[in-house]
Each structure stands twice: as structure tokens, then as C-alpha cells.
Design a protein around this ligand. Structure first.
Ligand SMILES: Cc1cc2nc3c(=O)[nH]c(=O)nc-3n(C[C@H](O)[C@H](O)[C@H](O)COP(=O)(O)OP(=O)(O)OC[C@H]3O[C@@H](n4cnc5c(N)ncnc54)[C@H](O)[C@@H]3O)c2cc1C
Length: 307
């Protein structure tokens, strides 16, 4: 179906807010990415039930976007419909006050702070992670030896037909920066986490320590998408540095001089620059250490360019 026709169908049914040819660089932490044919930012997930059905019937591809802190969006943008989850901010605590069910759009760092204020431990590591809870589930986000899988108990999704499904922890194939949802075209709408009572002072101290470590080690003053490569035995950053790639630059994309597992945007970096730089770094690691560096970031929209 023509994208314009599909757009008009959505408008007629009152689905808002909607944008045509909206530049996705506005929605990614790298400040990189071409336009989405249609971007839809529903106020809550319930509106997506019908939209997903309509997209399926019309044969329109659908892509999901959280805070855009772990994605590289193609310069050509993303064809079809992009659904942005960042408005889904409902947070509900159970009676005991230790289990929280939260909308997929809640920033994981905000959830970490909320838990901390309640004297609950288990999410301190996430206080400096900039994405949404939905993105954190998909990636099984983690740091400092902890990961979401330690507290995640269940997840609700909408499948391609707009049907609500529920997964228990054992069904999610959670591993290092991976989950079953990476291979599925399902929209994560909420997740439940079980936390443990702890001591507020200790929780606060841990969070401050983690934030300090980030400020010291990460190039937080420049746009990036966090770690580029999954960790290796030797540490991906150390390996990239040992390969001599720290500071390498293509266009405005640069291997950070502060942390070699980050690629920063010095101003007008293109997705093509970032990809070319990633390839050069991978080649250097392969050549010098016979190590295959696997990317942690997710590529969106590249099918159109043959990648
Ligand atoms: C400075 C910096 C530091 C970081 N530090 C860490 C760290 O310490 N540890 C870590 O694990 N990560 C880190 N990251 C990466 C990133 O923040 C996490 O991976 C985060 O969980 C991604 O969430 P997001 O909402 O930004 O996801 P996005 O980047 O928007 O999306 C990531 C993937 O998930 C999909 N997706 C997003 N939301 C949904 C949904 N609701 N349903 C279905 N699919 C969805 C997208 O299609 C995409 O494939 C860092 C990033 C930055 C910029």
C-alpha cells in the first residue's frame, strides 16, 4: 500500500501524534538517522492494538523505537511505520511495595532512582543507563556485573496481530545483551521487576559510585550509543585500544579518545561513517588478535541499502 494512503487511514481513525518523513536523528542519542516514512508516538500502548492490525493488513513494515540510545539508524531512514514508546510511563507497585510493573517507555534510570528512594535494591547499576525499560528488556541491559535478568519477572507484549501476550522470565532466553525478543516482531508494552529491601544509604552510595565511574570513563559530553562492541575476554575497549584504533575518525564519527568502545559524533556524522569505522575497527581486531568483535548496537533501516 502507498504510504500516503496508510498515513491518511491513520489520520482518519484519529491516531495522533503522527509525523510524515520525520528525521529520526531527533530521536537517537547519536543524533544520526534519516526519516521514518511515518512516526507514531501513541500516548499508551492500547492504541497500538488497532494500528498493528492495520499495518499488517496493509503490508506496512513496523519498527519500534524507545529512547534510541542503542541504535544506528540508516541515513536513508526507516521505511514504513515507526512506533515510539517513550510516552508509556505508567508505574504501579504491588501491595508489598517491592514488585513494580512499569510501562515500556519509562527510563530505566528513573526506575532505578524510584526503587532507590523506596529503599529497594537490584537496579542501582542502571542509574546511568539512558534507555527505556522496553529497550533494557530487549537488550537485557547491564553494567558492573549486573543485568536486568536479575530482577525481571515477566513481560507483556503485543504481537504483529495486536494480540496481548505475556512471557515469564524462563521463556525470555535472557543472556549477555540478548533476549528472545530480538528475534521477534513483538512490541514490549510493560515489564514487571521484583526488587529486594535494602538500606537506602548503601543504595545511594552505590548509585553515586556508578555515576562517578561513568563520568570518569565515558565520553558523556558527545553524542554516542554507548558501547559499540560486546565485551570480549580482554574487554572490548582495551582490545580496540590495543589494535591502535583509539581516535580513528571517518567523517565526523570518531572512536572516542576517552573510551575506545564508544564511537562519538563530533558534529555531522552519518550512519555510513559510523558503519565504515566499525568495519575498520573489526578488521584491525581480526588482523592483529584474531578476535571477531561483535556489535552490541542495533542497526535500523539498513535493509534498503543491502546491509
Ligand atoms: C552513554 C550511554 C551509556 C550506555 N550504557 C549502557 C550500559 O551500561 N549497559 C547497557 O546495557 N547499555 C548501555 N547503553 C545502551 C542503551 O542505553 C541500552 O541498550 C538501553 O537499554 C536501550 O534502550 P532504548 O530505549 O534506548 O532502546 P532503543 O535504542 O530505542 O532500541 C534498542 C532496540 O530495542 C528495540 N526496542 C526498543 N523498545 C522496544 C519495545 N518497547 N518493544 C520492542 N522493541 C523495542 C528497538 O527496535 C531496537 O532494536 C548506553 C547507551 C549510551 C548512549
Amino acid at each position: 500500500m502507498e504510504m500516503e494512503v496508510f498515513y491518511q487511514q491513520l489520520v482518519e481513525k484519529g491516531f495522533q501524534p503522527l509525523w510524515k518523513a520525520e528525521p529520526l536523528k531527533k530521536y537517537t542519542s547519536w543524533k544520526i538517522g534519516g526519516p521514518a516514512d511515518i512516526l507514531y508516538a501513541p500516548p499508551d500502548y492500547r492504541a497500538c492494538v488497532e494500528v498493528l492490525k492495520m499495518a499488517r493488513q496493509a503490508g506496512v513494515p513496523v519498527t519500534f523505537l524507545g529512547a534510541g540510545t542503542n541504535v544506528l539508524v540508516a541515513d536513508e531512514g526507516v521505511r514504513g511505520l515507526v512506533i515510539l514508546t517513550t510516552n508509556w510511563r505508567e508505574v504501579t507497585w504491588d501491595e508489598q511495595g517491592t514488585k513494580v510493573t512499569s510501562g515500556a517507555g519509562v527510563p530505566i534510570a528513573a526506575l532505578s532512582r524510584l526503587a532507590g528512594e523506596r529503599g529497594l535494591t537490584g537496579l542501582e547499576y542502571a542509574v546511568g543507563i539512558p534507555g527505556t525499560l522496553g529497550g533494557a528488556v530487549i537488550m537485557n541491559a547491564g553494567a558492573y556485573g549486573c543485568a536486568l535478568e536479575q530482577v525481571l519477572t515477566s513481560v507483556k507484549t503485543l504481537d504483529e496481530e495486536g494480540k496481548l501476550r505475556e512471557y515469564q522470565k524462563g521463556e525470555m532466553a535472557l543472556g549477555y545483551r540478548t533476549s528472545i525478543f530480538q528475534g521477534k516482531k513483538e512490541l514490549i508494552v510493560e515489564a514487571t521487576l521484583a526488587l529486594q529491601p535494602g538500606k537506602i544509604d548503601e543504595i545511594r552510595a552505590k548509585m553515586n559510585e556508578y555515576l562517578k565511574l561513568r563520568r570518569e570513563k565515558q565520553p558523556l559530553d558527545l553524542p554516542s550509543a554507548g558501547s559499540i562492541f560486546k565485551n570480549t575476554e580482554r574487554g572490548a575497549g582495551r582490545l580496540v585500544e590495543a589494535a591502535g584504533a583509539k581516535g580513528w575518525r571517518i567523517g565526523d564519527a570518531q572512536v572516542s579518545k576517552k573510551h575506545a568502545n564508544f564511537i562519538v559524533n563530533l558534529g555531522e556524522a552519518k550512519a555510513a561513517d559510523v558503519l565504515a569505522l566499525i568495519t575498520e575497527v573489526q578488521k584491525a581486531a581480526q588482523r592483529q588478535f584474531n578476535v571477531e568483535l561483535e556489535t552490541e548496537i542495533v542497526l535500523l533501516g539498513f535493509q534498503d541499502t543491502g546491509r
